[in-house]
Ligand binder design. Structure first.
Ligand code: WTA
Length: 657
């Protein structure tokens, strides 16, 4: 006992000492880095408009823009006004036109081991055909098209086809429930939905189309459903409304004239969780967004012509939009696209893929790195990962222990790590190292990207030079969200009121150290970050309360070793607490159906009431203390002090089920 305690203590001390360690760019990396001149920061700060324009000028324009930035009515920025362009042309036609039609866009690997190599030429061909099919179905500029798909190349094609004809795509993560899809279609008034018959989950097809059918009646704006046959499951098809992807493509013309889009025309909306139960439709525009993802992808990932780049996120999140689709394609990157789970059929699946394609740049989330740590070093060590030269992290703060493991075991001690802080709202990476310039510190996203200005403010709006407070962005940037779809007032009140209309309130608390490095601490709103996925406590609470056996519910995030945060629900059953296992299971099923499996509570505690003030307000701080097993102070001022003891007994008891 004593010995193992000592060992544990020593291991912890090692980690603490190591985290004081800093990692300067390896000299050979720095020597050939895309961003090699430290003056880049000062130049961009002195004239951010010129800096961003230098990136916009690398895009293919149909008509040139007249003005770089119009910030006369903050927070509604206009970037590159007067210009027209098309995102699909920037991602496809210009590469094919430059003679790179044979260049690989994606090495696609299915969960079941199937493989496809998709060139830029293939992608352009498929995109034009599907764009024509959409036009044939009456979809045009400004229409919203939902996409609810597994990670198959058709998902990328569907996005680019929308971009080609000026339709606004609204991708819903494939792990969400069909109920969540229906809600997002309804609030965005989507006209069409592209989905698949089923998605593979650990070898088994899980129905998508049939699930969509069960819920979509509510989203009655949907006039057309296109179905990709992924799993050969013969899904139900409603004549007149439903069409098979393969049939549409076969019948479609090969050439599709791209729609000239104004710089500020919307490219897509993507729903994300906020402080209320209602998801926010983050709206991005064409030129600014493309400028932001092009610049950040090229510099933060140091992308070179011979790189094989792999972002292991899902297309359904902003990371997939910006760093699987638009950034890499705009830069002509060769990417890996993988459909399945990292541990299927075995825990070395990722490393097997990385070795097969000779991946040089790999980008994932801390929660996945921690899962890999758990599976053991044997897994990556079984494969030759010597082609890797750069690693990335995104989605949540990376704990130094995971950072150091990633660096040593995956990066072989030689690859810089770019910890990239950004959001659905920011569109592109905002705080991250430039790997040839920035000395990294494990756990810190380091410094703002050139042209970006971040500050830490206290509650009265004073800047904190060194210390903690609210993270804000104080200069507009091209990839910034322009509004919340259909809710401009909510856009203003959520992000642009706390400190004024020209200061973007991020929603994260952060600390700045003596070197000016930023350390993200966590959310300041009611958002829980589970495995890098943003979930709203209110949305989960409203799903739980939707179950007929539940009178009231409160949800908090608690620290979790693997997923960063986990969902803890406090529930008052209708008719008082009785045996609770059945109700627990029923609540979990209910939440999975309403939102998706990822929103299921990890733990549920039941009580006859929730801890409230005499005026009836739930005291969430107390819930956190109860969940953590902390000593509680005086609880006699509560409306019903007994419920606290009732809850504490459950926390102390070993978990059932
Ligand atoms: C968190 C994901 C620390 C943060 C791109 C942010 C991070 C939210 C990091 C956005 C990081 C993302 N370090 N925290 N490198 N990256 N976050 O919209 O709380 O899904 O506000 O965008 O994730 O999540 P979203």
């Amino acid at each position: 006992m004593g010995n193992s305690d000592d060992r544990a203590g020593k291991a912890e001390l090692d980690v603490l000492l190591q985290t004081e360690q800093t990692f300067p760019p390896p000299p050979d990396f720095a020597a050939s880095a895309n961003a090699a001149d430290p003056e880049i920061y000062a130049r961009a700060a002195a004239d951010p408009e010129a800096w961003w324009a230098s990136w916009a000028d690398q895009l293919a324009w149909i008509t040139p823009y007249r003005q770089v930035l119009d910030w006369s009515e903050p927070p509604f920025a206009r970037w590159f006004d007067g210009g027209t362009l098309n995102a699909s042309v920037n991602c496809l036609d210009r590469h094919v036109g430059a003679g790179n039609g044979e260049r690989v866009a994606y090495f696609w690997e299915g969960e079941d081991g199937s493989r496809r190599v998709i060139t830029y030429g293939d992608l352009l061909d498929q995109t034009q055909r599907f764009a024509n099919a959409l036009r044939g179905l009456g979809i045009g500029k400004g229409d919203v098209v939902g996409i609810f798909m597994p990670m198959v190349p058709e998902a990328v094609v569907a996005m680019l086809a929308c971009a080609r004809i000026g339709a606004i795509h609204n991708v819903v993560f494939g792990g969400f429930s069909a109920g969540a899809v229906a809600e997002r279609m309804e609030v965005s008034k989507a006209k069409a939905l592209v989905t698949a018959d089923a998605t593979l989950r650990r070898g088994k097809p899980v129905a998508m189309k049939a699930e969509v059918d069960r819920t979509i009646a509510a989203a009655n704006s949907i006039e057309t459903i296109v179905v990709v046959d992924r799993c050969d499951t013969d899904p139900p098809m409603q004549p007149g409304r439903d069409h098979l992807w393969s049939e549409l493509i076969a019948a479609a013309d090969a050439f599709c004239e791209p729609e000239p889009m104004d710089s500020e025309d919307p490219l897509f909306i993507l729903y994300t969780s906020g402080s209320t139960a209602k998801p926010k439709g983050i709206q991005h525009t064409t030129a600014g967004y493309l400028t932001g993802v092009t610049a950040t992808h090229r510099l933060v990932f140091d992308l070179k012509a011979d790189d094989v780049y792999w972002c292991a996120a899902d297309i359904g999140w902003i990371t997939g939009h910006s760093y699987i689709v638009y950034g890499p394609l705009a830069n002509g990157a060769v990417s890996v696209l993988y459909e399945g789970a990292p541990n299927y059929p075995a825990e070395d699946r990722w490393w097997e893929i990385a070795a097969r394609y000779g991946v040089t740049i790999f980008y994932t989330a801390p929660t996945a790195i921690r899962a890999c740590m758990k599976w053991g070093v044997e897994q990556p060590r079984r494969h030759d990962l010597s082609t890797l030269r750069l690693l990335g992290s995104v989605g949540e703060p990376i704990n130094p222990k995971a950072w150091l493991w990633y660096h040593a075991e995956i990066g072989g001690g030689r690859c810089p790590i770019v910890d990239t802080w950004w959001q659905t709202e920011t569109g592109a990476i905002m705080i991250a190292p430039l790997p040839g310039l920035t000395t990294t510190k494990p756990g810190s996203a380091t410094v703002p990207f050139p042209g970006v200005e971040a500050k830490i403010l206290d509650s009265s709006g004073h800047e904190i030079g060194e210390g903690g407070g609210n993270l804000v962005l104080t200069k507009p940037w091209p990839a910034m969200a322009r509004t919340l779809y259909g809710e401009p007032e909510r856009f203003v009140s959520t992000y642009w009121e706390r400190y004024g209309r020209d200061v973007y309130l991020v929603g994260d608390a952060a600390r700045r150290d003596e070197d000016g490095y930023f350390w993200i601490v966590g959310r300041i709103d009611d958002v829980i970050n589970v495995s890098g996925h943003r979930l709203s406590t209110m949305e989960i609470e409203s799903a739980i309360v939707g179950h007929s056996g539940v009178a009231e519910a409160a949800v908090i995030g608690v620290p979790d070793e693997l997923t960063g945060e986990a969902i803890f629900a406090f529930v008052t059953p209708v008719g008082g607490v009785v045996g609770d296992d059945d109700l627990s299971a029923a609540i979990e099923r209910h939440v999975a159906a309403k939102i998706g499996k990822l929103a299921r509570p990890k733990r549920i505690a039941f009580a006859d009431d929730l801890p409230k003030t005499r005026s009836g307000k739930i005291i969430r701080r107390l819930l956190r203390d109860i969940a953590a097993g902390n000593e509680l102070g005086d609880v006699t001022t509560l409306r019903d002090p007994d419920v606290v003891a009732q809850l504490q007994r459950q926390i102390a008891a070993p978990r059932s089920g």
